[in-house]
Each structure stands twice: as structure tokens, then as C-alpha cells.
Design a protein around this ligand. Structure first.
Ligand code: SF4
Length: 395
């Protein structure tokens, strides 16, 4: 079995626009200490006018969000980009898989730029196409591949989305994972008498939390496929008995929140409300008062009464911005230590200025371009998601 097809690159050396790996920016970046950075970013944006559309993910730094034309989660941003066909350049302040999705959903006359190619996602990196193909072969060997529907979280590379498109599966977001799984389990297995199973990629926590808490399955219905163990560490019998096969991936930010801290806050902070993202571990989510996507977290805090107290389990840049925007509410971070998404934070003002000034000079740098076949099948999986019933209001 292939454990990886990904040789390591030293961060900051080499260039590969098709991967989530750490790579460098050709050319010279402005110094982070340059006092004119804000003025330079403003001037470059003005010079480009409607030709550029800057997208800012909720987890980006404040200095970057200040120049975003729109903010949102990865799927909302990709759709926002698709709704701006007049923009020649989409500057995506987020991570690599998000820029890929924007490229898939935008038109042929638009180019998507990621200001720092080192802004990958560790979760997306945990499911490589060759690993997923190995797993699919094992499912075939166990005699169940034709009763398995692959579903991938938006936070995955374009080739994993395309794999799902090719094999009858779909994409989901943290907002619609429940309806996506309901759709998947409603698919008829090709072999009569078999039960339908789902292969959920790449976030085991979102898959488990949705299956158990939203669909009423038991933890015993879930097995975890470990791509670094022979046959995923599972027997053919375990695969056949499972209802959902969870890929062993996780978010390095949301995976840090712990049940201990939740218990400690409950014991020490009166009337605290625990609000977490479904990428958190099961024991954290089951202790929380409310669980939902970043958009849900934002809406919940906006609607919360003055004086209420919240401990939020999601990326720190967003929690800090929510605390600053709602000084009438008590908002704390659900971890004892500071933890930003390190790859999201690769995009900073020097990289944004560098990308924008290059566009002004006619150099399109760090273009993210998905190959046509991958794009075609990834679109099939994305369209199956778009065809699902409307998102549930609870997430
Ligand atoms: S917060 Fe987690 S899922 Fe999002 S980009 Fe960072 S590592 Fe990936």
C-alpha cells in the first residue's frame, strides 16, 4: 500500500502550485516592517478597481480582512467569486483547497491567486488521492465498494472532490453534512441485500459527530480508516459491518480543544455557553451547548443577549474579532493556549501587497489552476451538494 506520494519540501524552497506543501514566492516580498504597507495595498487595490476581487476567509488576520471585499467560509467565498464574473483576478486570502474550489466555480476568463502558496491545509493534506484509491481498492477486495458512497468535506483537495464525483459521491460543508449524509445513505446499493455505507473524507470528527449526533447512529457504526496502516488497520469484516468509514484526518486547530477545558469552564465560569465547531472532537462536541459552522457561530453571537458569556471553540482570529465586535458580551477562547491556524496565517499583509502590486504590473503570480478533468469531476460532486435540500437552520 502507498503511504504517501508526497516528498517533503523544506518550507520556503521550491514551488508547486498544485500542492498544499510549503513553497516559496518568486520575487521579493515587501518587509513586514514597511510602514507604507497599508497605503501600498490600498493604492494597488484602487489601481486594479473592479478587475480584482479580494476574498477573506473568517480565519484570516485582521490586517488582511481589512482589504477583503467579502468575508465568509470557504464555500460562501467560492460562490461569491462565481457571482463576480467581471473580476479578472480573484485574490483568495484563505488556503489552497479554497482557491482550488474558487477556480472550479469561476469562469475561464478569471484567474485565482493565492498570495502565499505555503498556505495549505493540514487536514486536506491528510487525504492524498493515491491513499484514497488504495482504500477504495481495499473496499473492492472486501466486496463492498459498490455499496459505498464517498462524501468529502469541502476541506479537501480538488482531486479528492473529483474522486467523489467519479464514484457517485458528493461534497459537503459543515453546514450541510447532515443532509449530505442522509442523501448518501438513501442511495441504493448496487448489490441487492447489501446496506449502503459512506466513506467520509477527510475529517473523522465532522463525520463522526454528524453520524452520531444528527443521524442517531452509534459509535460502533463508525470505523476509522488509517491510511498509514496496512488495509487501513481494518479487517474486511469490520469494513462490511460498518455503516460509516471515517478517514483518519482532523483539523489541527479544532482538534486541540479538550473536554478537560470544557469541564473546567463549566465549573468555574457561571452561566457559560459553550459554542463549538463540528470539527472538534466528539467528547468536546457532546459537552457543548451549541455546535455549528463558522457562519452559525457568528450568527449565534450576533443574536446573543448583552451580558451573556460564551466560550468559543474555533480559530482564534475569528474569536478575537467576535470579542472585539461584541464588547457587551463576555467572549473567551476555549483553549488555555493561543492557537491560530498556522497555514491560514501565512497570508499576511506583505504577501497580499506583493500579489496585488504584481497584478498592477501585469504579472499574475501564484495562480491556482485545476486541470480540466479534475475540475469536471469535482464539479459533479459539488453539483450533487448544490442539489441537496436547503441547509438546515441549526448549523
Ligand atoms: S483551520 Fe483546520 S481545516 Fe481550516 S485551514 Fe486550518 S487546518 Fe485546515
Amino acid at each position: 500500500m502507498t503511504t504517501t506520494d508526497l516528498p517533503l519540501l523544506v518550507l520556503g524552497r521550491g514551488s508547486d502550485a498544485a500542492s498544499e506543501r510549503g513553497v516559496d514566492c518568486p520575487g521579493s516580498l515587501p518587509a513586514a516592517s514597511d510602514p507604507d504597507l497599508v497605503a501600498r495595498a490600498r493604492a494597488a487595490k484602487e489601481a486594479l478597481g473592479d478587475r480584482v476581487f479580494v476574498l477573506g476567509h473568517h480565519y484570516q488576520r485582521d490586517e488582511v480582512i481589512a482589504f477583503a471585499d467579502v468575508t465568509g467560509d470557504s464555500f460562501k467565498l467560492a460562490r461569491d467569486a462565481a457571482a463576480r464574473p467581471e473580476a479578472e483576478y480573484i485574490v483568495f486570502c484563505g488556503v489552497h483547497f479554497m482557491a482550488e474550489s474558487a477556480d472550479i466555480l469561476t469562469g475561464p476568463g478569471q484567474q485565482v491567486v493565492l498570495p502565499d502558496l505555503a498556505a495549505g491545509c493540514s487536514m486536506a493534506d491528510m487525504a492524498r488521492l493515491s491513499q484514497v484509491e488504495d482504500a477504495w481498492d481495499a473496499l473492492a477486495a472486501a466486496g463492498i465498494a459498490d455499496s459505498v458512497v464517498p462524501v468529502t468535506y469541502m476541506n479537501s483537495s480538488a482531486d479528492i472532490k473529483a474522486f467523489c464525483g467519479r464514484n457517485g459521491g458528493a461534497v459537503c460543508t459543515s453546514s450541510n453534512a447532515k443532509v449530505a449524509l442522509e442523501w448518501a445513505f438513501a442511495q441504493e446499493p448496487a448489490t441487492p441485500g447489501e446496506h449502503t455505507r459512506v466513506l467520509f473524507l477527510p475529517d473523522q470528527h465532522l463525520g463522526r459527530n454528524t453520524a452520531v449526533l444528527d443521524l442517531g447512529m452509534s459509535l460502533d457504526d463508525c470505523v476509522v480508516w488509517d491510511p498509514h496502516r496496512p488495509d487501513g488497520g481494518l479487517t474486511a469484516e469490520q469494513l462490511r459491518d460498518a455503516r460509516i468509514i471515517l478517514w483518519k484526518g482532523h483539523c489541527s486547530v479544532h482538534g486541540r480543544f479538550s473536554a478537560d477545558v470544557v469541564d473546567e469552564l463549566r465549573a468555574t465560569v457561571p452561566d457559560v455557553n459553550i459554542l463549538v465547531h463540528p470539527e472538534c472532537r466528539h467528547e468536546v462536541v457532546t459537552r457543548a451547548d451549541l455546535v455549528g459552522s463558522t457562519e452559525f457561530i457568528i450568527r449565534t453571537i450576533e443574536a446573543a443577549p448583552a451580558g451573556s458569556t460564551w466560550a468559543i471553540g474555533t480559530e482564534l482570529n475569528l474569536v478575537q474579532r467576535l470579542a472585539a465586535a461584541h464588547p457587551d458580551k463576555n467572549i473567551v477562547f476555549l483553549d488555555r493556549t493561543v492557537c491560530y491556524c498556522s497555514t491560514m496565517n501565512r497570508i499576511d499583509l506583505p504577501h497580499l501587497v506583493w500579489a496585488l502590486e504584481n497584478l498592477v504590473a501585469g504579472n499574475v503570480v501564484n495562480v491556482i489552476e485545476v486541470d480540466p478533468d479534475t475540475e469536471r469531476w469535482a464539479k459533479v460532486a459539488l453539483q450533487r451538494m448544490l442539489d441537496l435540500p436547503a441547509r438546515t437552520a441549526s448549523a
